[in-house]
Design a protein around this ligand. Structure first.
Ligand SMILES: [Zn+2]
Length: 221
């Protein structure tokens, strides 16, 4: 075990007080790693880092655990771009008690129901169901906006072309797109922080596609 190897390093972490990702200082760390050879030449490895981290803005202290292993599938973030899959957990959970949008009753009933169930799954720490819910919301919105692409990767890009989704938002959802796949077929949960960020993007999408047009129509008609 390596003690305090990462102390004084800075990392981007979701702060539960600042309600966004901020620079955190690692106050203390304990790192573990190991590997094992299976059969003749197949080696698997894993590593875990346990850290006490402090927000450099508001000074809130959290506990962070990051783990990775050679058995994790990389995440596709572009047509030919992949990113290593690092699982991160934070305590206390910065997404605890997340409230749904106050105007969610304006959403079409089918979307409102999926949306509220997805928020509930995020709040009750059910990351597999939450990942599937986020994917279902994006699929439904794409269908409603007549996105022409067949797969979700293309549909997300269609939403950017239509001007209802920013490129930054799409980049986050692309990371989740493969997670949604994995959630449905391989039952692989994802970190609450990434799901929380994807939920932010989906809420912007719901605001732009349904809620703001509804208010605009009522205000200017
Ligand atoms: Zn903070």
């Amino acid at each position: 075990m390596d003690l305090n190897n990462k102390a004084n390093e800075k990392v981007n972490v979701e702060c539960r007080e600042c309600k966004r990702s901020t620079k955190h200082l690692i106050l203390a760390s304990a790192d573990l790693s190991d590997s094992e050879v299976i059969g003749h030449d197949y080696e698997i490895y894993w590593s875990s880092s346990y850290q006490i981290v402090q927000c450099m803005g508001c000074e809130t202290i959290s506990f962070r655990r990051c783990s990775e292993s050679s058995e994790d599938n990389p995440i596709q973030i572009g047509p030919n771009e992949w990113e290593e899959n690092i699982n991160e957990d934070l305590y206390p959970n910065p997404n605890e008690g997340r409230e749904p949008l106050s105007d969610s009753n304006i959403l079409p009933p089918k979307i409102e129901r999926i949306y509220e169930e997805t928020i509930t799954s995020l709040n009750s720490r059910q990351p597999v169901l939450c990942g599937i819910g986020i994917r279902a919301l994006i699929e439904t919105i794409s269908k409603e906006k007549n996105a022409s692409s067949r797969d979700l990767f293309g549909k997300i890009n269609d939403l950017v072309s239509m001007g209802v989704l920013t490129q930054e938002g799409a980049d986050i959802l692309h990371k989740l797109r493969t997670l949604g796949n994995a959630a449905a077929h391989e039952v692989k949960p994802h970190s609450e922080q990434q799901l929380g960020l994807a939920m932010d993007v989906v809420e912007h999408l719901l605001n732009g596609v349904y809620i703001l047009p509804y208010h605009a129509k009522r205000t200017f008609d």
